[in-house]
Design a protein around this ligand. Structure first.
Ligand code: PBG
Length: 395
C-alpha cells in the first residue's frame, strides 16, 4: 500500500513541468493522456471533455460497498425504529389544543381529548411511549410547589386517563418542581437564592410516588439535585412500586436550547421580589456545557443509585456525551432532542432552507448512531410516518 502510494506520488511528480499550482498540473497531465488515448474521437456515456485516464491501481475502493440501495441497507450500522421514540406531550386543563408559538406543529393538548387523539395517532405508526409535561395554572404555583404531588393534579389525572385508555402504553413522567414552582426553578429556592438540595428531594419523592400511584410506568427526574435517584428509588420501593422504573436525566446541561419548552409551560425562572434573590438561570444544578468528564461522574452515581435508563440532554450538540455514557455503562441510554433543536429544524424548513424530512431523519439517525437507544423527540409521530413512507418498493 505504501509502495503503491509512493508510485502514484512519483507519477504525478514526473508530470510536473512548468505550472506551479497542483490543480493546473493535473489538467495538463490529463489532457496529455486524452489526446493519445482517444485520438480525438468522441467517447460514449460520459460528457464530452471527460478526461481519459489509466485505471488507478487502488488497494481499496470503499465506494463498492455503497453502490446500490440493497448493499447500503445490508451494511447499514444504525437503524432507527419508531419503537425507539418517546413522544413528549404538553397538556393543559382545558378543552382546546393551544398551539405553541415557538414550536410550530406542537400544541398544549387538552388532556381529555386532544391528548388521547395525539397518542392514538402516535400508536398507529408504532410510537408507544410518551412523557407528560403539564401546564400548571399560575394560581396553583407556590414557592414550594406542593401541586407537584396533588393526587388529583393535572399530571396525575392525565397519567390515569392514558393508562386507562391504553394499558400497554409506556407512560413516563417528569420529576422536577419547575412547572409547579412560582419561582420557576426545579427545586425550592431560599431567600438568598440557593436551590435547596435535600429539602427539594423530599418533595421530588412525594411527586414520584404520586405519579406511580396514578399509574406511571417510569418516572424521570430532570431536576439534577444530588442524590435524588436513590431517594426516589427507596420511596417508590417502600410504597410497593418496585416495578416502576427510573429514567434519570443523568447529564442534563444548563442549555439555551430549552427556551421554547419554557414558553410552552411558562416555566422559566421568574424575577425575584425585593427580599428574595431568584437566580435567573439553572447553572448551579444543571451541568456546564463546557464539561465532558463531569458527565461520567453523574453517570457513575446514577448507576449506583439504581437508575434504569440514563439520559443525555440536549441531543445533537452533545453527541460526544451520549457516546461517553454508551461506552461506559451497560444501561440503556436516552437522548432528548429538545425543544430548541425542534424549533431550529422547523424554522429552517418553513423558510425552505432545509428539506425537513431528510434533515429530521438524519438528526434522529445520528442520535442513535452516537449511542442512544431511546430518543425523546417532538418529531416522533411525523418521523414515524416518514419512515413508513420510505419502505423500499421491492420489499
Ligand atoms: C424541567 C425540564 C426542562 C425540559 C425538560 N424538563 C426544562 C428545563 O430544565 O428548564 C426541557 C425539554 C425541552 O427543551 O424540550 N425540569
Amino acid at each position: 500500500m505504501a509502495a503503491q502510494l509512493q508510485s502514484i506520488a512519483s507519477t504525478s511528480a514526473r508530470c510536473t513541468v512548468a505550472p506551479r499550482k497542483r490543480s493546473q498540473m493535473r489538467v495538463y497531465a490529463v489532457a496529455e493522456v486524452e489526446r493519445v488515448a482517444t485520438n480525438g474521437a468522441a467517447r460514449r456515456g460520459v460528457p464530452e471533455g471527460t478526461p481519459v485516464v489509466p485505471v488507478r491501481d487502488l488497494p481499496s475502493r470503499p465506494r463498492r460497498n455503497r453502490k446500490t440501495e440493497t448493499v447500503r441497507r445490508a451494511f447499514s450500522e444504525t437503524i432507527v425504529h419508531p419503537a425507539n421514540f418517546i413522544m413528549p406531550v404538553f397538556v393543559h386543563d382545558g378543552e382546546k389544543n393551544i398551539p405553541i408559538d415557538s414550536m410550530p406543529g406542537v400544541s398544549r393538548l387538552g388532556w381529555k381529548h386532544g391528548l388521547i387523539d395525539a397518542v392514538a395517532e402516535a400508536r398507529s405508526v408504532g410510537v408507544n411511549q410518551v412523557v407528560i409535561f403539564p401546564k400548571t395554572p399560575e394560581e396553583l404555583k407556590t414557592p414550594t410547589a406542593e401541586e407537584a404531588f396533588n393526587p388529583n393534579g393535572l399530571a396525575q389525572r392525565t397519567i390515569s386517563l392514558l393508562k386507562d385508555k391504553f394499558p400497554d402504553l409506556e407512560v413516563y413522567t417528569d420529576v422536577a418542581l419547575d412547572p409547579y414552582n412560582s419561582d420557576g426553578h426545579d427545586g425550592i429556592v431560599s431567600d438568598a437564592g440557593v436551590i435547596l438540595n435535600d429539602e427539594t428531594i423530599e418533595y421530588l419523592c412525594r411527586q414520584a410516588v404520586s405519579q406511580a400511584r396514578a399509574g406511571a410506568d417510569c418516572v424521570s427526574p430532570s431536576d439534577m439535585m444530588d442524590g435524588r435517584v436513590s431517594a426516589i428509588r427507596s420511596a417508590l420501593d417502600s410504597e410497593g412500586f418496585t416495578n416502576v422504573s427510573i429514567m434519570a436525566y443523568t447529564a442534563k446541561y444548563a442549555s439555551a436550547f430549552y427556551g421554547p419548552f419554557r414558553d410552552a409551560l411558562a416555566s422559566a425562572p421568574k424575577a425575584g421580589e425585593a427580599h428574595r434573590r431568584i437566580p435567573p438561570n439553572k447553572k448551579t444544578y444543571q451541568q456546564d456545557p463546557a464539561n465532558f468528564r463531569e458527565a461520567l461522574r453523574e453517570a457513575r452515581l446514577d448507576e449506583l443509585e439504581g437508575a434504569d435508563i440514563m439520559m443525555v440532554k440536549p441531543g445533537l450538540p452533545y453527541l460526544d456525551v451520549i457516546r461517553l455514557l454508551r461506552d461506559n455503562s451497560p444501561l440503556p441510554i436516552a437522548a432528548y432532542h429538545v425543544s430548541g433543536e425542534y424549533a431550529m429544524l422547523k424554522a429552517a424548513a418553513e423558510r425552505g432552507w432545509l428539506n425537513e424530512k431528510d434533515a429530521v431523519l438524519e438528526a434522529l439517525l445520528c442520535l442513535k448512531r452516537a449511542g442512544s437507544d431511546l430518543i425523546l423527540t417532538y418529531y416522533a409521530t411525523e418521523a414515524a410516518k416518514w419512515m413508513a413512507e420510505d419502505a423500499p418498493s421491492w420489499r
